[in-house]
Ligand binder design. Structure first.
Ligand code: C2E
Ligand code: MG
Ligand code: MG
Ligand code: MG
Length: 285
């Protein structure tokens, strides 16, 4: 192990810095090497079509397995990747990997499976972003209509004019656009009229207590009704119980995603799970 791998530096800083700064620095130095060291992989969480009972799409969720730190949550390292600019490379890797995997699945038993990819605010604002999307589609050969990109409200509202132009370019390519964690942003609803979006994903905080909170039901119902008016598909995130799923189906919500349906699966688990199910509750379209 050579000295320029950062081990000495970390020991030096640990004497003078507080624990939090120390952890951040250590994490950052590990994160810089994670791509080359092949420490990332993607898990895929299915989206269930509530009308047909089919799995039409999966969401790619990044995982970082570090040899010493163990599994690091994206909630922990994605913000750091954004601050350091590393998200540009990591985001490109996610796009390429997710598109290639989906193309592979389409050719091996799941002909109409789509893919939804999370895009961070910083990544979305980069001028290289559209090029990365085109590259991932070209390299994989995936039909653009099977790719959906998940943006958050805060990502879009940083520069709304620029955001709209990027979203329009995406739609010209045939790529779909989703708003993730919908309902948690600060924005008014009026901006929705101007945004070229295909899907709204209702944040899981509105779904958690759906079965015993009438106000959550009212909110979810209103979002679904609005979606119908705007011709936007609605996904409920974080569905954990049969009751929640039934309520969503009764409200004519299009898609559900959550642990009750399936947790995020690595590629092996996805293939096993969706090939060997006897009582096919969830088939692939
Ligand atoms: P998200 O895009 O809103 O993803 C949903 C998160 O909720 C995932 O956490 C998922 O594992 C979790 N989840 C799914 N079903 C349930 C459920 O029924 N109950 C509960 N409590 N949680 C559920 P995860 O994988 O830890 O990802 C957290 C966030 O990190 C994501 O939120 C997304 O914002 C970000 N993220 C993940 N992968 C990527 C990526 O490849 N690129 C970017 N830019 N961000 C990513
Ligand atoms: Mg998401
Ligand atoms: Mg979400
Ligand atoms: Mg989230």
């Amino acid at each position: 192990r050579s000295k320029n791998q950062g081990g000495n530096k970390i020991t030096y800083f640990s004497t003078g810095m507080n624990d939090q700064a120390m952890v951040r620095l250590e994490l950052e130095s590990y994160l810089r090497k994670a791509l080359q060291k092949n420490e990332f992989h993607l898990c895929y969480q299915p989206l269930l079509d509530l009308q047909t009972g089919e799995i039409t799409c999966t969401e790619a969720l990044i995982r970082w397995q570090h040899p010493h730190l163990g599994l690091v949550s994206p909630a922990q390292f994605i913000p750091l990747a954004e601050e350091t600019g590393l998200i540009e490379e990591i985001g490109a890797w996610v796009l390429t990997t997710a598109c290639a995997q989906t193309k592979y699945w389409q050719q091996n038993g799941f002909p109409n499976l789509g893919i939804s990819v999370n895009v961070s605010a910083y990544q979305f604002q980069q001028h290289a972003f559209i090029g990365q999307v085109i590259e991932a589609l070209n390299v994989s050969g995936l039909d653009p209509g099977y790719l959906s990109l998940e943006l958050t409200e805060s990502a879009m509202l940083k520069d709304i004019v620029y955001s709209i132009s990027v979203m329009k370019s995406l739609q010209e390519l045939g790529v779909k656009v989703s708003i993730d964690d919908f309902g948690t942003g600060y924005s008014s609803l009026s901006y929705l009229r101007n945004l070229p979006i295909d899907t709204l994903k209702i944040d899981q905080s509105f779904i958690n207590n759906l079965h015993d909170d009438p106000s959550d039901i009212a909110i979810v119902k209103a979002i679904i009704t609005m979606g119908q008016g705007l011709a936007v598909k609605i996904v409920a995130e974080g569905v954990e119980t049969h009751e929640q799923m039934n309520i969503l189906r009764d409200l004519d919500c299009h898609y559900a995603q959550g642990y009750y349906i399936e947790k995020p699966l690595d590629t092996d688990a996805f293939e096993k799970g969706f090939r060997t199910v006897e009582n096919v509750a969830y088939t692939v379209k």
